[in-house]
Design a protein around this ligand. Structure first.
Ligand code: GLY
Length: 256
């Protein structure tokens, strides 16, 4: 059960965020703010208390707070983003997380390790850490070692040609995985029941499970129908402006 979410307001500099999809155009700041408001309301409707941090103009991607830390109920691991323009976001998040965790329960991924939270998938049984362009082997080993010391199993998995592991999959109701084509037969996830996302709706593989509810991005009817079929409550939030800079639903919050 998640009790807390931490989010950060989008910065006016949002349009300078890193993107692999320039053809989608620049995000509209006012529309992004409205979508962020709706996201906060959806989290609250799922029973979590939301802490809203101020925008950081010097960091265009800083609303994607998921990448800056991995939070468990009683401790947090600050990340070390593989994107150089994002490393300064971590210090800002550390300040915020000190309100939630004692300083001796705040750990960090250190050089030469890099890790972004978008590569960290928590399931009911274990953690998976994606090896991507943003998370390297050393960063994954550092996180997996901490988890192992805390009695939590985990493993590193290569990420095939997408930004983060959770760009192509997310945990939904009943411990199932919503996955894109690349992960349909991926050996590390063999044991999981999977729901395959239609290729044309690949963006919606990144949904957000919160306390028995699933938040899905607006505009992906196939994914919405599939998730509704699981018998859980489905909430829809439009993330069109965040998609333009490679952001999805999980990226916008830290949940613990
Ligand atoms: N624009 C999100 C990221 O690339 O980190």
């Amino acid at each position: 059960m998640f009790r807390t979410a931490v989010v950060r307001r989008p910065a006016r500099s949002l349009a300078a965020g890193i993107t692999s999809s320039p053809h989608l155009g620049a995000p509209d700041y006012d529309r992004a703010l409205g979508q962020h408001d709706a996201y906060i309301r959806a989290l609250e409707a799922c029973g979590v208390s939301v802490t809203v941090l101020e925008a950081l103009e010097e960091f265009p991607d800083s609303c994607f707070v998921e990448d800056t830390a991995v939070c468990l109920r009683d401790r947090a691991v600050l990340s070390n983003p593989g994107a150089p323009s994002r490393t300064g976001e971590v210090e800002e998040m550390e300040r915020a997380l000190r309100s939630f965790f004692p300083s001796d329960r705040i750990y960090r991924i250190r050089e030469p390790g890099t890790l972004e939270g978008g590569d960290v998938l928590r399931t009911d049984t274990e953690f998976f850490v994606g090896l991507s362009g943003r998370t390297n082997k050393e960063g994954a080993i550092q996180l997996l070692t901490l988890l192992r010391d805390w009695g939590i199993p985990g493993q590193a998995v290569p990420v095939p040609g997408i930004l983060h592991l959770k760009t192509g999959m997310s945990l939904v109701h009943g411990g199932r995985l919503l996955v894109t084509e690349e992960f349909a037969d991926y050996p590390p996830f063999r044991a999981f029941e999977k729901i395959l996302v239609p290729t044309e709706e690949a963006y919606a593989a990144n949904c957000l499970w919160v306390n028995g509810n699933v938040i899905v991005p607006a505009g992906y009817p196939g994914v919405r129908r599939a998730v509704e079929g699981l018998g859980c409550r489905v909430l829809e939030v439009d993330t069109s402006e965040f998609r333009k800079i490679d952001g999805g639903l999980t990226c916008l919050s830290l949940l613990f």
